[in-house]
Write a protein that binds this ligand. Structure first.
Ligand code: SF4
Length: 334
């Protein structure tokens, strides 16, 4: 994480005019190369805007996966983190896939190594293995099902109806939330997201008391004490949809603040406030923004299109196994 923070600190920022010119240059290249940008909601707003203006997509992990597969582009540029690039490559092996920044990873992915996870599964052989999309291709290859936060509850309800005991990895908060909502027999891996784990219920209660009119939107990677205060718990796309449809005019948002860009664009007359992080008396508060998502910028997109980035490659055997796990999710949610 330190590496990501240092990289972001050293980034040279462009002024507005330079950004506009760079966006136009990138759009031309995307057209000429038949390339498309697949962007996550947590990425910088200017890259989100570029993705939309150039005919690409801004979405959650599930829709990013689907879009890559159905896109007619020859080249996919993934603005997000590494597991998203790997998933795009697994689902579209004939396309060239590049990350905007190859160093962009995820604390959930990093905290779930293949050897440790393999041993965990081997020690619990009777359990069906579900993994969150935020994992490496090799972890997905070791699993029976891949899920995202937008479909996890539906898939677990289905598996629980068959009385199957489950392993869920790697996010413990999401695993506990799914367990609570479905009553399924779940053995959790103890990983966490460095962004969502920082939201604190004590401070959120204080903020909410001062603005009782605001609705609280929470991603299920947040701790249970924060989830309990929510008016809506859901994936990024579900929180975005709720903010559009609700009659409420003010929202406190407990997920990466990158999502607020899309929320403001779709509801310009509503107000969105970042949920507070860190505890009472803490001297340092997290910025509610993923250091790896922040590594995605316009220069990185240009670099990926210029042949200077390393292509995402997934070994055939891993890819084939992971494809089975991901395809089950895509078919279930079709
Ligand atoms: S916000 Fe959390 S879960 Fe998402 S990529 Fe960053 S570290 Fe991973």
């Amino acid at each position: 994480m330190l590496e990501a923070r240092l990289f972001n600190k050293e980034k040279t920022s462009l002024n507005l005019q330079e950004k506009i010119l760079l966006k136009e240059e990138i759009k031309d290249k995307l057209r000429v190369m038949n390339a498309s940008i697949i962007c996550h909601y947590y990425v910088d707003g200017i890259v989100q805007d570029l993705a939309i203006e150039s005919g690409g997509i801004v979405a959650d992990s599930l829709e990013m996966a689907r879009y890559g597969q159905r896109s007619s582009a020859d080249i996919l540029i993934v603005a997000g983190v590494k597991f998203m690039g790997e998933t795009a490559k697994i689902l579209s092996p004939q396309k060239k896939v590049f990350m905007v920044n190859n160093m962009a990873t995820c604390s959930l992915d990093v905290g779930c190594s293949f050897d440790d996870f393999n041993e965990f599964c081997d020690n619990n052989p009777s359990r069906t293995v579900l993994v969150y999309a935020n994992t490496s291709a090799s972890i997905k290859a070791r699993s029976d099902w891949t899920v995202t936060s937008s479909c996890a509850i539906d898939i677990v309800e289905y598996l629980a109806s068959k009385k199957l005991p489950l392993i869920f990895a790697p996010d413990k908060h999401l695993g506990n939330y799914i367990k609570k909502m479905t009553g399924a027999d779940i053995l959790n891996w103890e990983g966490h997201c460095v962004v969502h784990d920082e939201f604190k219920s004590f401070e959120l209660k204080k903020l909410s008391k001062n603005m009782p009119e605001a609705e609280i939107l929470v991603h299920p990677e947040a701790p249970n004490s924060v989830i309990e205060l929510a008016d809506c718990v859901g994936s990024t796309s579900q929180l975005l949809k709720y903010s559009k449809q609700s009659k409420c005019k003010t929202f406190i948002v407990a997920t990466d603040n990158g999502l607020i860009h899309a929320m403001k664009k779709s509801s310009p007359k509503k107000s969105f406030i970042e949920a507070p992080t860190a505890g009472n008396g803490a001297t340092c508060k997290s910025c509610a923004h993923c250091p790896w998502m922040e590594m995605n910028d316009l220069k990185g997109v240009l670099n990926a299109l210029g042949g200077n980035a390393e292509e995402i490659i997934v070994q055939n055997e891993t890819s084939e196994k992971a494809m089975k796990s991901i395809t089950k999710m895509l078919n279930f949610t079709r």
